[in-house]
Design a protein around this ligand. Structure first.
Ligand SMILES: C[S@@+](CC[C@H](N)C(=O)[O-])C[C@H]1O[C@@H](n2cnc3c(N)ncnc32)[C@H](O)[C@@H]1O
Length: 268
């Protein structure tokens, strides 16, 4: 059965902020590192290269979380970055780490919603996003905002968790609910939304094989390396919820129902 396009779970930005104000952000950092996305530094670098990041680039990282990618990119490329995130706890932690590493002159963090970006039009050369837009309740509106804040010929470069196969409704609900995703886009869905906004698609790649491999790595880490410390810090209930939710994701990834995509496009 195909889930009808446009179907959404009733999560709001407040639900996501609640989640990232609690232990979940810390759990993801334990699994993925301070760059909270699949593939860490290597993936950030791949995206940066495809976006032709250079010293003079002004970059917006939409859903910047702990600022791990921003700090990596300014060190590697010397560019200037603004991180936008809706969760105050994430912004505070990102600022603290950025100050400690003496990078505050190159990185600014701003609290705000990706659906109503608190920036003037035509401000940035590059808009980046990594594995976070799945939380956003209206992907088309997010892309419209990205287009607005990009300079002419600016580049949008992002990865996201995607629905790549068909599934029954209860499975769709379970997978999205566990993650607090209102819905996941498909690769074609993103491409069509971008084309509809007159972006030129430079690349749209399905990187789901790598996603599945990482899902297994995260499951192993959770069960073998992190189990005891998670139970000690947050209790058995949280560990069991994380373990059963992740197991459903691992199975769905194995069955090619969920995956990940990387998209690069240019504002015309
Ligand atoms: C998986 S983390 C992002 C990881 C980050 N991109 C990285 O690579 O390190 C998800 C983040 O998205 C933020 N977020 C979710 N929805 C948002 C929205 N509508 N506007 C701004 N931030 C949002 C959350 O607050 C959270 O910090």
């Amino acid at each position: 059965m195909t889930i009808k396009r446009g179907k959404k779970l009733d999560f709001t930005i407040a639900d996501v902020v609640d989640v990232y104000s609690g232990p979940v952000g810390i759990l993801w950092e334990m699994l993925m590192g301070e760059q909270i996305h699949v593939g860490g530094e290597k993936e950030t670098d791949a995206l940066a290269k495809k976006a032709h990041l250079e010293k003079n680039s002004t970059v917006l990282d939409v859903c910047s979380a702990l600022g791990g990618p921003a700090r990596y990119l300014v060190r590697r490329y010397g560019c200037t970055i603004t991180g936008l995130d809706a969760t105050q706890k994430m912004i505070d932690e990102a600022m603290k780490r950025t100050e400690q590493q003496e990078l505050s002159h190159l990185i600014t963090y701003k609290l705000g919603n990706a659906l109503d970006m608190p920036f003037k039009s035509e401000t940035f050369d590059v808009v980046l996003g990594q594995d976070a837009w799945c939380y956003v309740t209206n992907k088309n509106r997010l892309l419209q905002e990205a287009k607005r804040v990009l300079k002419p010929r600016g580049i949008i470069a992002f990865t996201d968790w995607l629905q790549i196969g068909t599934m029954i409704e209860s499975e769709w609900i379970d997978l999205n609910s566990f993650m607090v995703f209102p819905y996941m886009e498909t690769l074609d869905g993103y491409v069509n939304e971008l084309k509809g906004l007159d972006f030129k698609i430079l690349e749209a790649e399905d990187v789901s094989v790598d996603f599945t491999a990482h899902c297994h790595i995260y499951q192993d880490m959770l069960r073998k390396t992190l189990k005891d410390s998670i139970i000690a810090q947050y209790g058995k209930e949280l560990f069991e919820a994380a373990d059963s939710g992740l197991a459903k994701w691992v199975q769905a990834a194995d069955e090619s129902k969920v995956g990940r995509g990387r998209i690069i496009a240019q504002k015309q």
